[in-house]
Ligand binder design. Sequence first.
Ligand code: CMX
Length: 438
Amino acid sequence: MDPLKQKFQEKATALRTEVKSLLKEHGATVVGDVTLKQVYGGMRGVKSMVWETSQLDAQEGIRFRGYSIPELKKLLPKANGCKEPMPEGLFWLMLTGEIPTQEQAEWVSKQWAERSEVPEHTFKVLDALSPDTHPMTQFSIAIVSMQSDSNFARRYAEGMSKLDYWDPTYEDAMNLIARLPRVAAYIYRRSYHKSAHIAPDKNMDWGGNYAHMLGIDNADFKSLMRLYLTIHADHEGGNASAHSVHLTGSTLSDSYMSLASGMNSLAGPLHGLANQEVIKWVFKMLEVLGTEDPSKEQIADYVNKTLAEGKVIPGYGHAVLRQPDPRFIAQKCFAGEYLADSQIVKVIWKVFEVVPPILQGLGKVKNPWPNVDAHSGALLVSYGLSEYSYYTVLFGVSRAMGVLAQLCWSRALGFPLERPKSVTTKWVKEYLAENTVI
Ligand code: CMX
């Protein structure tokens, strides 16, 4: 058994026993109430799921297995000479709860290089699509097309014990994550570079090789990719992409089907597609204002115009966070170090000064601060990756690590089919009539 799988099995066996006795003793403990507002309001804050790989605090932001992003930047292993963390190390951490050694992170790199072969039929499926098909549509189709290789689906069809579900899930997760950069780069090159594909370099790390296959062989861009792929990986379980993977996975759909579900949710403009919407909105603003260097007053006017048209300001607000997103701050720090002269970065920083007070002034926006998507586009544009319709695919490649690590945990802990209760408005009215004290 490989070292990561062995460590995961040890940890999972122990936690499964612990959870069993926890539920035996405390299964009836009430952990929260649900209000009617939450029932109609997208279930905000309702505790209804266990997610081991990360947890989100409204004030502090995300912690992966207890570690904040600045801590991870210090503690996770680095690829040769790069200052940013290796996403491979984060995957090890999410799966085992332990910060890996350099050797362990490099082992993951090698494993993913070995497992990265994409079936020929997936390229044929992609080539059959019109090149102007949205990259997220292509990504989702490509993931489903690889499902024929699922170890879980094959072993389930052969008849496997419930206790073994985690094992082929781990194999599928490793294979799928390994293949995603190749698939994602293929989509980029066919959509924007006339299918001039770039062969993978199996000696490179996962993030570096992705940058290489995109066609941007710049050391700083590779560093950005490692940071980007690390910070977008997971955001606890309730966000739409993670929850979609969890829900689909709970039916015992395999990793390929489950991940495609998550990617279809990520493709919505209130979620991952916001990264494309931000830069599209900024480009439009610069075009309308006729300047590359708008004043704060000009930006404020444009923000108010967007709001008056009944639209949201993309990249701002969050369902849980109530402070600037530490993933935004991590990208701002990167820009400060590597791209302080970039004009588009300067515009994003000005927008950051202008938007929060305006949103605050509306009186209804719970979080006026920037989220992860407010900054990423400016970094990518600065390195020449300006085709913003592609941006959500980058997010998706990263998000696969978190949701698939958790899918391994969900299988190992024997989580059941997810099936919450819905009610009709008629039921609500009857319930209120019977239960409201006048
Ligand atoms: N611009 C304008 N209005 C906003 C707003 C924004 N950025 N964020 C919230 N609001 C509005 C909501 O539309 C809602 O208005 P109505 O009452 O008229 O419907 C009101 O403020 C209250 O919303 P909320 O409780 O503060 O926010 P939600 O939890 O409902 O929604 C989110 C969260 C992210 C969908 C919302 O802030 C938004 O639409 N932001 C812009 C899109 C975006 O950046 N999404 C990316 C999120 C991060 C990610 O998943 O990648």
